[in-house]
Structure formats: C-alpha cells, structure tokens
Design a protein around this ligand. Structure first.
Ligand code: ZN
Ligand code: ZN
Length: 182
C-alpha cells in the first residue's frame, strides 16, 4: 500500500476529513488523498431497517477498481448494517483494498449525551485505522489496547488506542517489505 484515498459518501465536513487523513498517514506511513464527495449511498438503503447495507456500499467501492497500491476508504454519515447484526461501525475487504466506515454511531449525541468533538474525532480515526488494517490482512487482535481489537460498541472503541500492537505492526511491516521486493 502506497496511498490511502478517502472518499466521502454523503456530507462529511472537510476539517474532519483532513484530520482523518493526517492520522491515517501517520499510522500507516503512506500518502493520503481526499477524493471528491459522492452522494449518499441511497441504493443501499433498506426501508424496513431504515439503515444502509454496508456490504452493498463496499461492493460499489470495489467497482471503482483502484490499483492495488492504493487503498480506498469510504467515510459516510449514514447508519450501516449487515443482515446478522444490529449495526456495524464499518466493513472492509479482507486482503483487498477497499474499506468503509460510518460516523453515525461515533457521536455522543447518538447516545443522548452532550457533543464531544475530540472524542468523536478519536473514534473516527480508530475505526478508520481498524478497517484499513483489515485490508492489510489483519484480523481481530486479542490485545484490547490494539486498534485491531474488535469493537461491538463505542465503549470498546474508547478503551483501545489508535496504534497497532507490536504483533499487528509486524504483519504490516512484513507486507510492506513483501510488496517492495516484487
Ligand atoms: Zn474489525
Ligand atoms: Zn494487535
């Protein structure tokens, strides 16, 4: 992976995108780029659930067919689900190059609490790094402080950091080296 492209799907404030990009660039040590915004992913809306099918949106990102060296991260304000779960914070193509993250349930306001911009930005960065981590073949990590630990609620996100543990970092570095010699 040489570059992460961030594509807003629906309205996402530019300052949030810029901060997200700089965090992603720092953690993955790659260049980042913000792509022009696309419309709300209305095609994935489920009328019964009043949510958006995450896998359908991910499939639409895959059709944009970016080269393997560029990873594409969709960022959307809509609420995502997959059929077996009430909701998902995001979804990624394991060992692929596309990932998706939702900001919907990362805001304190969603839980009836006062807004906390700093906490929101931290949660978004953690979930974005987590989903892009999946595209680099990382699965869930047992270290609860590692960004690759599974999060089934915002409490879990708040517990973990936005860094990879030494083991997960080693996998990323290994992949980087493997790419470099091919
Ligand atoms: Zn995950
Ligand atoms: Zn880890």
């Amino acid at each position: 992976m040489k570059r992460i492209q961030v594509m807003p799907l629906g309205p996402v404030p530019p300052d949030q995108l810029a901060e997200l990009c700089s965090g992603l660039g720092r953690e993955f040590r790659v260049e980042t780029e913000i792509l022009p915004a696309e419309a709300d992913p209305a095609f994935a809306f489920n009328l019964t659930r009043q949510q958006y099918h995450s896998t359908e949106i991910l499939a639409s990102l895959l059709r944009k067919a970016t080269p393997a060296s560029r990873h594409l991260l969709g960022v959307t304000p809509v609420d995502l689900y997959i059929p077996v779960l009430t909701f998902v914070f995001g979804e990624a193509q394991l060992q692929g190059n596309c990932a998706l993250v939702s900001t919907h349930r990362l805001r304190q306001e969603f839980y009836g609490l006062p807004a906390d911009a700093k906490l929101f930005r931290e949660r978004l960065l953690k979930e974005a790094i987590h989903e892009v981590g999946h595209t680099l073949s990382l699965s869930h990590c047992d270290n609860y402080e590692c960004v690759m630990s599974a999060s089934h609620g915002v409490e879990w996100i708040d517990l973990k950091g936005w860094h990879f543990c030494a083991e997960c970092r080693a996998v990323i570095d290994e992949r980087g080296r493997a790419k470099a010699v091919i």
